[in-house]
Write a protein that binds this ligand. Structure first.
Ligand code: 9WO
Length: 247
């Protein structure tokens, strides 16, 4: 998969994307990541990328012309236009299901806003999907873009290797994971649950399933229906606000 990022802070895209599994995916050519500086597409002598909002209001807005030129340039570098994603708190929530869908695309182009936001005409005419990682405001879309890249990379075939399958994980089956333990079997008087040391596989499986249900009831009751049964992913409360502001 190819991912292009448009940002005013390309230097932010180091660190998390240079370690561990994502680093390996890039080295193996499974993830082809390109980061581009939007400012290179400014044309005036001050190289401005933002301007005052029409109608007044605080702060500055990113210019549609600069963003459109930057996007056009980046799209011309690849063989397919790619799915254009804007990271914004006003977007649809990034869920496990959406991550999987994004991972089926051959190319993603992620646009990171700064200042008070981007000119709405860019969102309307140039962007395919607006995506939010949660209901909080940050200083820019860069960290959400990195979260999205990390989550999507794990679903690109070959990235996780043979031992781990993203199909077996927590949110796929809709329950949280059971607690895990490793040696030593006792530490400062803190013992590992006896059943895990028993070697009785049927009892171990039963215990794990009970723990998964109990944890989900206690920590994420929103994943269960009133009868305590699993809800389908699209029937779960996301916690996001309705368009009329009602919870
Ligand atoms: C901010 C905002 C606040 C309320 C409703 C809509 C909004 N859109 C934006 C916006 O596009 N902001 C730009 C990007 C400029 C300011 C910093 N930006 C940003 C993106 N802050 N937080 C995000 C973000 C993106 C995805 N998921 C969570 C937060």
């Amino acid at each position: 998969m190819r991912i292009d990022v448009l940002t005013l802070f390309p230097e932010a895209f180091t660190g998390p994307l240079d370690v561990s599994i994502v680093r390996r995916a890039r080295e193996d050519g499974l993830l082809d990541l390109h980061v581009h500086d939007i400012r290179e597409h400014a044309t005036d002598r001050h190289r401005s990328v933002d301007d005052y909002p029409f109608g007044g209001g605080q702060g500055m807005v990113m210019r549609v012309d600069v963003l459109d030129r930057a996007l056009g340039h980046v799209q011309s570098l690849g063989t397919e236009a790619g799915l254009v994603v804007l990271l914004t708190p006003a977007g649809e929530r990034l869920t496990d299901a959406l991550v999987r869908e994004l991972a089926t695309h051959g190319r993603l182009v992620l646009v990171c806003g700064r200042y008070e936001g981007v000119d709405e005409r860019f969102a309307e005419h140039c962007v395919d999907r607006e995506i939010s990682i949660g209901d909080y405001v940050l200083t820019g879309g860069e960290l959400p873009a990195m979260v999205l890249i990390d989550a999507v990379a794990r679903h690109v075939p070959g990235v996780l290797g043979d031992e781990v399958s993203p199909e077996e994980e927590s949110f796929v089956q809709g329950l949280l994971e059971h607690p895990q333990y490793t040696r030593p079997a006792e530490y400062r008087g803190w013992a590992v649950p006896e059943v895990l040391l028993s070697g009785h596989h049927a009892n171990v499986s039963k215990w794990k399933q009970e723990q998964r249900l109990r944890r989900t009831r206690e920590r994420r009751p929103d994943l269960l229906d009133a009868g305590g049964h699993l809800r389908k992913p699209d029937e779960r409360e996301t916690g996001e606000l309705q368009s009329d502001g009602a919870p």
